[in-house]
Design a protein around this ligand. Structure first.
Ligand SMILES: Nc1ncnc2c1ncn2[C@@H]1O[C@H](COP(=O)(O)OP(=O)(O)O)[C@@H](O)[C@H]1O
Ligand SMILES: [Mg+2]
Length: 353
């Protein structure tokens, strides 16, 4: 029986008053002691009395008994100062010490082009001379392998002491990591909350990123528990939000904005990227058709008090280059240049924090 195996069992113990996040995620597991058949878990509570303390102690014991036949389970409690976070899952952040800025690329919903923007932004930043990495944290639909033509490649992993270290892949001047390199797509879909959360943190925390100016994180779409947990545990510098211009996307953007502005998170939002801002047909490169409405992005940005960082047109070439694994930002076509412009603006915005 190992400490991290027990830690995983404790994912079952949810805190009903905290959006059903589990006690591990909440950083409440302070210590696990194993002595033969006897397992003692120490739960950390804050100074304020938790009305559910007794309930959590009971469920923790029950989880141990359920998972380990014949265990002698004991649960102790301690009171920790607010602000001092208990260790939680034993994943250090030492692999991130060489990384200057970690930027989450988020969207309120899927299909708006978040991965397209993340991948091209990474390539564009690299073309501007920055050292860049991208972690594809979309456990439900990893698309970085396909978009970078690295499908089927397997990153090197090795043990260093009792720690496993994963090497990112390198292509187009960017370091890439994706859950897609390790799991078949249909497998990722069945991963549930805690497992997905854990896998995804490994994709970021166990990767030897080395020295980077920017580590972009292609976040899973939406604003659920996974996100909250991710933004809590990864020291994000801030975020970029991707949206299409439609009014219906507005509500989703609001959710995304609120997530980062939440009391317990409070991360700067560097701006909004309006994707599919207009349609330009290949044979009429000067024409712009505002099929999803004009200035939707600008209005959105104004409404939430964030800068409009960039506008990316809807062009067939962006989709095709994505499918071909050769991001359009590698080219000097106008649609590629839009990403270079965006990258420059983001780099400037980040310098100001
Ligand atoms: N600006 C664009 N022009 C043309 N196709 C785009 C554009 N942005 C995204 N796409 C296409 O739309 C689809 C969804 O984009 P994707 O980046 O996977 O979205 P998300 O990550 O938000 O789910 C992909 O096929 C992609 O190639
Ligand atoms: Mg995606």
């Amino acid at each position: 029986m190992k400490e991290n195996e027990i830690m995983k069992m404790l994912y079952d113990v949810q805190h009903p008053a905290k959006g059903d996040r589990n006690i591990v995620e909440l950083g409440m597991v302070d210590k696990i002691d194993i002595d033969g058949n006897r397992v003692t878990v120490t739960l950390a509570f804050s100074k304020h009395r938790d009305p559910l303390a007794e309930y959590l102690i009971g469920s923790t014991k029950a989880a141990l008994v359920r998972h380990i036949p014949g265990v002698e389970a004991e649960v102790k409690t301690i009171v920790k100062d607010e602000g001092k976070k208990p260790v939680g899952l034993n994943l250090g952040i030492e692999e991130l010490v060489g990384v200057k800025h970690i930027i989450g690329v988020a969207s309120g919903k899927g299909g708006v082009g978040k991965s397209t923007v993340a991948v091209n932004l990474a390539v564009a930043l690299a073309r501007l001379g920055y050292k860049v990495g991208l972690a594809d944290a979309d456990v439900y639909g990893p698309s970085v392998p396909k978009m970078t033509g690295t499908e089927g490649e397997v990153p090197e992993a090795y043990k260093e002491g009792d720690k496993e270290v994963i090497m990112p892949l390198e292509k187009y001047g960017v370091k890439w990591m994706s859950i897609g390199y390790f799991a078949r797509p249909e497998q990722a879909l069945i991963w549930r909350g805690p497992m997905a959360c854990n896998a995804l943190k490994q994709m970021i925390l166990q990767v030897r990123w080395g020295e980077l100016d920017f580590l972009l994180i292609d976040m899973p779409p939406g604003t659920g528990d996974i996100h909250i947990s991710l933004v809590h545990d990864i020291p994000l510098t801030g975020a970029v939000i991707v949206s299409t211009p439609q009014a219906v996307a507005l509500a989703d953007v609001e959710k995304g904005v609120n997530m980062f502005r939440n009391e317990s998170i409070k991360k700067p939002i560097f701006g909004l990227v309006e994707n599919m801002a207009w349609f330009t047909p290949a044979e009429l490169p000067e024409n712009r058709y505002y099929i999803f409405g004009k200035d939707g992005g600008a209005k959105m940005a104004e409404k939430y008090g964030i800068p409009l960082l960039g506008q990316i047109p809807l062009v067939q070439g962006i989709r095709e280059s994505g499918d071909a694994g050769e991001p359009v930002a590698l080219s000097s076509r106008p649609d590629g240049e839009a990403f270079i412009l965006l990258a420059g603006k983001l780099a400037d915005a980040v310098k100001d924090v």
